[in-house]
Design a protein around this ligand. Structure first.
Ligand code: IPE
Ligand code: IPE
Ligand code: MG
Length: 255
């Protein structure tokens, strides 16, 4: 691993311990399903929340590395619309993490020109969490570096349903004609409209499913899975995912 990563984007390639990354072909939008916090904790005889706490620190490391490599957007799945099924104390703990994360790291994120965003259903998210996220969004709104997009209380079917409902309303009102509904139009009703479709999806912990994450947006995304639990995920795991991405043939249905 390179320890000094200054001026990375000025050089075309970066050589890490095992592989060489082409900095001109780094995926511009990476989405991450951060999974395995609970199992990481259980393996250590700790409560599940210890895994969530540790996982929060990894978000910071991954953002830093992605920013160094020139990634433009990172969408991090932090809490799904299905995660309300978990025990109340665990849900409460997870919902306090955005505030803690921002309290600890917002100054650094500002310094690194990161723009914080949120994607998900606001209703249901505790007010102190929304307050922290809104403040972070406001304080970073003029930054034009990496977009750190938290999927919080996010579910893809919910997103599609509310987008379609809104579109149907506008058709009823005569604001848009049904014949004018294209794929681009539908995309613009998705919560991801600012960041667009990910080029690479990473899921940790060995699970090979999407768990209601970005179903519309992942149509042609490269999927990358690792057995590593999220709290153990490192900057070099991110490098590895990007390296594998760079060695895949993307055809989009062509030849
Ligand atoms: C991911 O880790 C974090 C959230 C879903 C909020 P989990 O809590 O799902 O960990 P496992 O899958 O039970 O190990
Ligand atoms: C997906 O992980 C949600 C997040 C990472 C926030 P889950 O742990 O909730 O997914 P399932 O239940 O294993 O599908
Ligand atoms: Mg899980």
């Amino acid at each position: 691993m390179l320890n000094k990563l200054t001026n990375l984007t000025k050089t075309k390639k970066v050589t890490t311990e095992n592989f060489e990354l082409d900095l001109s072909r780094v995926p511009s939008h990476i989405a991450v399903i951060m999974d395995g916090n609970g199992r990481w904790a259980r393996k250590r005889g700790l409560p599940r929340i210890a895994g969530h706490r540790e996982g929060m620190k990894v978000v910071r490391k991954v953002v830093k590395r992605a920013n160094e490599l020139g990634v433009k957007a990172l969408t991090m799945y932090a809490f799904s619309t299905e995660n309300w099924k978990r025990p109340k104390p665990e849900v409460e703990f997870i919902m306090k993490l955005p505030e803690q994360f921002l309290m600890a790291y917002l100054p650094e994120l500002i310094e690194e020109n990161v723009r914080v965003r949120i994607m998900g259903e606001k209703e249901g998210i505790p007010s102190y969490t929304l307050k922290a996220v809104n403040e972070a969004m406001d304080r970073t709104k003029d930054n034009d570096g990496l977009i750190l997009n938290f999927a919080l209380n996010y579910g893809s079917r919910y997103e599609i349903t509310s987008g379609v409902r809104q579109l149907a309303k506008e058709i009823e009102q005569g604001k848009i004609k049904s014949d004018d509904v294209t794929e681009e139009v539908i995309g613009s009703y998705m919560m991801s409209k600012e960041v667009g479709d990910p080029e690479l999806l990473i899921r940790t912990s060995g699970e090979m499913r999407l768990s209601n994450f970005m179903l519309w947006q992942l149509a042609y995304t490269e999927l990358w899975f690792t057995d590593v639990y999220w709290p153990d995920f490192s900057a070099s795991d991110l490098d590895k995912a990007i390296y594998d991405f760079q060695n895949r043939g993307r055809r989009f249905g062509g030849v």
